[in-house]
Write a protein that binds this ligand. Structure first.
Ligand SMILES: C[S@@+](CC[C@H](N)C(=O)[O-])C[C@H]1O[C@@H](n2cnc3c(N)ncnc32)[C@H](O)[C@@H]1O
Length: 290
């Protein structure tokens, strides 16, 4: 396998090349621990980072899968090491990402209540500027088996700029594109995706509600990941804050959904995962985009 990294060449240090798992004109995939690999990129390399990090959910609890009780077991990487250690891990990769963003670049981090408060607090500690906390509503969320809480049916996406509000904010936001995608009304921070094309704008300008489920079966035709994100969600993030040819990083790339959205929209992608099963799946999905 070639060790040259054409798409990220000016911004990647030579030690990175030994971690290249797969590459093409549009993407480079690295195998390894993100905490170690992120240190090897040069400052201000990326236009956008999306991170779907461990939520620390796999701790002996149960969920509902296919109508049946099932253990939450997404992988060893999803186990909690205790609140302090989990927060230290979250802070460490967020700090590394902050250095890698261009001044116009932004980071999106997805999470549930299990991790998202730690993400927000770490961002504040590190001096990120919080731009939005978007709520993504999943109408097909699994029922809550114990019937002791409300059904969990949302995820939070924190959007932030690396520049903690010092001086003029330079972050890229395709405001007009988002407004147009929302029928001419300002897009709000509560999303249900993807758009089916049949929704009507309400008279009070609340905007279109885009019905969104977790990934469709067609998105799993190359294989499955236990925490796969829907392509429509990732496409909106890419549309919102990058232009053609932007360089997008996902430090926890899983099945590569961020890359599929980025490459299909003419952006370039760098993905990192420590698991070759998922890197193989990402490669298959990315190669199928063409
Ligand atoms: C929540 S999943 C990402 C799913 C992805 N968004 C998708 O659509 O498929 C997190 C991924 O991060 C990887 N991972 C966890 N900790 C890591 C680390 N320290 N370094 C590199 N990869 C890691 C796991 O193998 C897993 O595939």
């Amino acid at each position: 396998m070639s060790s040259s990294i054409s798409i990220a060449r000016p911004r990647a240090t030579p030690e990175l090349s030994e971690h290249v798992y797969a590459r093409s004109k549009e993407y480079v995939l690295y195998k390894g621990d993100s905490l170690a690999l992120l240190e090897k990129f040069e400052d201000q390399t990326f236009d956008m980072i999306f991170a779907d990090p461990p939520y620390f959910l796999s701790n002996g609890g149960y969920t509902c899968s296919g109508g049946k009780r099932a253990a939450v077991k997404k992988g060893d990487w999803d186990q909690s090491r205790g609140i302090e250690n989990d927060h230290a891990f979250t802070s460490a990769w967020l700090k590394a990402c902050q250095r890698l963003l261009k001044p116009s670049g932004t980071i999106w981090v997805s999470g549930t209540q299990h991790v998202i408060f730690s993400v927000g607090f770490a961002m504040q500690q590190l001096g990120y500027k919080l731009l939005n906390t978007v709520t993504w509503y999943k109408p097909n969320a699994s029922p809550h088996l114990a019937c002791r809480y409300f059904t969990h049916s949302t995820e939070i996406l924190v959007w932030a700029s690396p520049n903690g509000g010092k001086g003029k904010l330079q972050h890229k936001f395709n405001y007009q594109d988002m407004k147009q995608a929302n029928g001419g009304k300002q897009m709000r921070d509560a999303w249900a995706l993807p758009k089916t094309g049949e929704e009507e704008l309400s008279d009070d300008g609340e905007g279109k509600l885009w019905t969104m489920t977790t990934p469709k079966p067609s998105e799993k035709s190359h294989g499955k990941h236990p925490t796969q994100k829907p392509i429509a969600l990732m496409e909106r993030l890419v549309d919102a804050c990058t232009d053609d040819d932007a360089l997008v990083l996902d430090p926890f790339c899983g099945s590569g959904t961020t890359g599929v959205a980025a490459v299909s929209k003419g952006r370039r992608f760098v993905g990192i995962d420590m698991d070759t099963t998922y890197l193989d799946l990402t490669k298959k999905r990315l190669d199928a985009v063409k």
